[in-house]
Write a protein that binds this ligand. Structure first.
Ligand code: ASP
Ligand code: MG
Length: 438
């Protein structure tokens, strides 16, 4: 069974929902993962922020705006009065649930429960729409099988066992509809796979049911070779290996949630990125094999902080790195780039939540310097390290840009440079002009 995932824009209007229905109903059984309608999760985040700040009036105003929008959707989406009533009942249930949080104290668990409502509503309405149109569609509640552990990592064994159990225990359907993004955590509370997490849901499900392919449908025709928001004339990349796609997703390509590739890679399930607005387009295929040599694409990730630790104690010493990295581990902060010299080490982090504490601890080991507002620009391709002259071409392309760090040789697929965020656009344009479009 194939898994198809549709993002917020793909289910963002009645017209688009109907297009999705047309697209999936080709007679082949499918698992369909849906996001919330576009704008909904942001709106739910706003409601939660108001509630956290005890601003009940603004929360209620925002809830009522969202509610109105959905009542209009239900009114126009369904044909029969009976189905319109069913749709209204679904909305009533979910909006009563959200409104209940406007009284009493508001916790983080409450926030996570509110954030889940977007996917719960979109999937319930979509399943009803398919049933009204006479298709054999069933709603599978993701909260019954999608689970993360105490470290927020998906519990793949549980997901596989539970999902297959649920599928075996129900009458066979042609189309199984389920929620992206949402899950339960180790305490049994409602949780999520982080913003944009519906992509991740799709490959986790793909792995759990040994799917032949996972298709991720969005509003762009696949991975582009550069960031279309900053560079003109970017081109779609036809094929990427799992590793190449993982690097691009992790280092900033907005099209895919960073962790999405992992379950597909571990289970060797091809992933295809497709465009809902242009279904015949083949999109980008992500598979085990990398096709073609040379540079495939670049991506940029903002919000990076560089930390340099300079110490005489590094000279000929062992265990120095371990001590440094233990500090990051203690504060649950992941390190992305690392460069070292004999007397200093520089690392980058993308989560500055514990920056102050980390810096204080690091001071034990030497002088510490912090540079904020940095951007990682990641250049991805195949067998980069074996290609003669490759590094020099990258550096010539970037000759006018001050580079704070360079990481090369960590894998065969990647060169990363750290630049000031003010220089990002120039960096991306230079790479396009001098490396990609030749
Ligand atoms: N609805 C969630 C979000 O907006 C998850 C997703 O769309 O992938 O982040
Ligand atoms: Mg997305």
């Amino acid at each position: 069974m194939e898994v198809y995932k549709f993002g917020g824009t793909s289910v963002g209007s009645i017209e688009n929902m109907r297009s999705v229905m047309k697209l999936i109903t080709d007679g082949k059984q499918k698992m369909v993962v849906l996001s919330a309608m576009s704008g909904t999760t942001n709106s739910l985040v706003e409601i939660s922020d108001y509630l956290t700040k005890k601003n009940k009036e603004s929360a209620l105003a925002q809830i009522s705006m969202l509610e109105k929008k959905y009542y209009n959707v239900v009114f126009d989406l369904f044909k029969s009065a009976e189905m319109k009533d069913c749709g209204k009942k679904i909305l009533e249930e979910h909006f009563d649930f959200i409104k209940a949080f406007t009284t009493g104290t508001f916790s983080e668990a409450g926030e996570r429960s509110i954030l889940a409502q977007g996917e719960l509503i979109s999937t319930a309405l979509f399943t009803l729409l398919m049933q009204e149109e006479g298709f054999n569609a069933t709603l599978l509640p993701a909260l019954e099988f999608m689970k993360v552990d105490a470290d927020k990592m998906p519990d793949s064994r549980f997901i596989k066992q539970k999902l297959n159990e649920i599928l075996a225990s129900r009458p066979k359907a042609d189309y199984y509809i389920t929620q992206g993004f949402i899950c339960k955590n180790e305490l049994g509370e409602i949780d999520n796979l982080q913003r944009g997490g519906s992509d991740y849901t799709a490959t986790l499900i793909g792995a759990a049911i040994s799917s032949s392919e996972v298709q991720i449908w969005t509003d762009i025709d696949g991975f582009h070779n550069n960031d279309p928001r900053f560079v003109e004339n970017t081109k779609r990349v036809d094929v990427l290996s799992f590793n190449e796609a993982a690097e691009l997703a992790y280092f900033g390509a907005k099209i895919l949630h960073p962790q999405t590739v992992l379950p597909a890679k571990n289970n060797n399930i091809p992933v295809r990125l497709k465009n809902t607005m242009n279904p015949p387009d083949p999109g980008t295929l992500i598979t085990a094999e990398s096709k073609g040599a040379g540079i495939k694409a670049v991506a940029a990730k903002d919000g990076i902080t560089a930390i340099k630790i300079r110490s005489g104690r590094m000279l000929n010493a062992y265990g120095f790195m371990k001590n440094i990295f233990e500090i990051f581990e203690y504060f649950k902060t992941s390190v992305d780039m690392v460069t070292t010299s004999e007397v200093a080490v520089s690392v980058t982090i993308d989560n500055p939540k514990h920056l102050e504490e980390i810096v204080n601890e690091l001071k034990e080991y030497g002088d510490v310097e912090v540079d904020k507002n940095q951007t990682i620009v990641c250049i991805v391709g195949n067998m980069i390290a074996e290609e003669k002259g490759f590094a020099s071409r990258v550096f010539i392309a970037l000759e006018n840009i001050p580079i704070r760090m360079i990481s090369y040789g960590g894998s065969r697929h990647n060169i990363s440079v750290l630049v000031n965020t003010n220089d990002k656009k120039e960096t991306l344009v230079a790479l396009s002009e001098k490396l990609l479009n030749i």
